[in-house]
Design a protein around this ligand. Structure first.
Ligand code: ADE
Length: 214
């Protein structure tokens, strides 16, 4: 799966995409991350990417020409890829979306808005607008990383082989089914691991876990 990220701040991604499972996924060739620096598509000698909003108001908006040129380049690189725009105005992003995108396997093109936002006309080039929660961030980079993490971990071969993505939180969208887990030592600062987990009785353990899910 090719994941193309349109951003003014590609270096923000390195800590996340170049470590742990997301890095392993690219090392194994399961995903390819590519950055498209929006500045390269800026207008004029100063490579302008933003401008003041019509009608007045605070801050600057991303201009449509550089953004659409960057999207078109990404589409040319991967014609079947879907274009995503993180925005507080999008629909709430859920586990079911991550599953759908991982199962579909098409490439992702993710736009990372900055400043006060973007010219609304770019949404004509966008397939899905999504919001990661009811709060406002300074840009689209963190929401992009969340989308990438949630999808890549579901791709075949990324997690450690066991059914670690089957039994986990948010199996169904709004219901978390994660149970509490423990590792050694069996007692820590006077706090004991529940006896049922120590007896090796798989049916009892499964029953206890089912009772603990919430
Ligand atoms: N950009 C800024 N805040 C956001 C949010 N909550 N979700 C998606 N994109 C955003």
């Amino acid at each position: 799966m090719k994941i193309q990220i349109i951003t003014l701040f590609p270096e923000m991604f390195t800590g996340v995409l170049e470590n742990s499972m997301l890095w392993k996924a690219s090392d194994k060739g399961i995903v390819q991350y590519e950055y498209i620096n929006l500045r390269d598509y800026g207008l004029g000698p100063r490579k302008q990417v933003d401008d003041t909003p019509y009608g007045g108001g605070d801050g600057m908006l991303l201009k449509p020409e550089p953004l659409v040129a960057a999207i078109e380049q990404a589409k040319q690189n991967d014609p079947t890829a879907k274009v995503f725009l993180p925005t507080p105005r999008g629909k709430l992003y859920k586990q079911s979306d991550a599953k759908r995108l991982a199962a579909d396997g098409s490439g992702l093109i993710i736009i990372c808005p900055r400043y006060e936002g973007y010219d609304e006309r770019v949404t004509k080039w966008v397939d899905e607008q999504y919001c990661i929660g009811n709060y406002v961030l300074t840009g689209g980079e963190l929401p992009a990383m969340i989308l990438i993490d949630s999808v890549v971990r579901l791709l075949p071969g990324v997690l450690g082989g066991e059914n670690s993505t089957d039994i986990e939180s948010f199996q169904d969208d709004d219901v978390s089914i994660e149970f509490p887990q423990y590792t050694r030592p069996a007692e820590f600062e006077g706090l004991k691991v529940p006896d049922v987990l120590l007896n090796g009785h798989h049916a009892e353990i499964a029953k206890w876990r089912a009772e603990q899910e919430r």
